[in-house]
Write a new protein. Structure first.
Length: 79
């Protein structure tokens, strides 16, 4: 099973079972990205220099998301 956790003021963290063959990251052109070390963190703030992956620039940028998953009905807020 793969779980995607929305980190508060941070990336989408992809937590997958298995040996690494269970997650494929593909952009809009069909280009496949090699999966980095686990856990995989996908940029949510738009600032990362290594998109689609998080490079922790969100902390320096003071990223706070516009959405609140509680208000959006998408589930509990990430912690
Ligand atoms: S979410 Fe970490 S750099 Fe964008």
């Amino acid at each position: 099973m793969t779980t995607i956790k929305v980190r508060k003021n941070g990336p989408y963290r992809v937590i997958a079972d298995g040996d690494g063959d269970d997650v494929t990251i593909i952009d809009w052109n069909g280009r496949e990205y090699p999966a980095p070390d686990r856990p995989i963190a996908l940029c949510r703030c738009g600032v990362s220099a290594t998109k689609p992956f998080c490079d922790k620039s969100h902390a320096r940028a003071g990223f706070t998301p516009d959405e609140d998953t509680d208000d959006a009905g998408g589930g509990p807020a990430a912690g």
